[in-house]
Design a protein. Sequence first.
Length: 312
Amino acid sequence: MALVTTKEMFKKAYEGGYAIGAFNVNNMEIVQAITEAAGELNSPIILQVSAGARKYANHTYLVKLVEAALIENPNIPIALHLDHGADFDICKSCIDGGFTSVMIDGSRFPFAENIEVTKKVVEYAHAHGVVVEAELGKLAGIEDDVKVSAEDSSYTQPDEVEEFVSKTGVDSLAIAIGTSHGAYKFKPGTKPQLRFDILHEIEKRIPNFPIVLHGASSVPQEYVKIINENGGKLKDAIGVPEDQLREAARSAVCKINIDSDLRLGLTAGIRQTLFADPSIFDPRDYLKVGRANVKAVVAHKIKDVLGSEGKA
């Protein structure tokens, strides 16, 4: 099976009341873990690459790793997506370089400029058979090159979505309803609560249109604990409650982004292995433990949060 776009994925997800997991990839072990879990659970997936991942691992290496995963898992739909494309040139490079989906993040611009930037990417992408995700509203937090303070963050305004979608021709829309990038999403002692009122109003404004949630890692406390017990310092790392993500997946949310949870699982495995036996120096010994953790995270998300098991 070749790489696919998210168009058919999202149509089925919307109608079926589940979401597709969009998992960030940075190296071979993460690609293996995600695709093995998805293959065993017969789930469609999106492998997404950030600007930071392209700088770290090289565009060509990442594309070839994903192509290898397709050979190993021929029976599941896999889309390759650019996460948080900063400008037209980055999006064009990924479109020309084999990606089937790109995100143009114009959320830092005024509304009219966001439309202009997004429309330019959409026109080029559609001419090359690639789909486009855009964003309205600003998520707080830090992820690779994306840094937005709590003061600068803002919820998506439902009265803007119709005009934005119609004028840009975009295929899916990332919205801000209370999720946040990184492992430190909320203050200790607070009860995280997504703004489902905003989500449901947007559903009414643009019915049957796929919505995306960024910054949706839940920060598994078992991995935070392992990291801290083995020399790490992750104080007050708190994520989005999984029951709220499951509720979102039953609505118009067709894509849920997960990155920090994978990093935590990988790091926990590596730290635990090296602290248990300081004589270990073979990367295979500790990376395979981290990889197993990432696979477990993805399997859990597919089965218990996204609802995409058996939907390939």
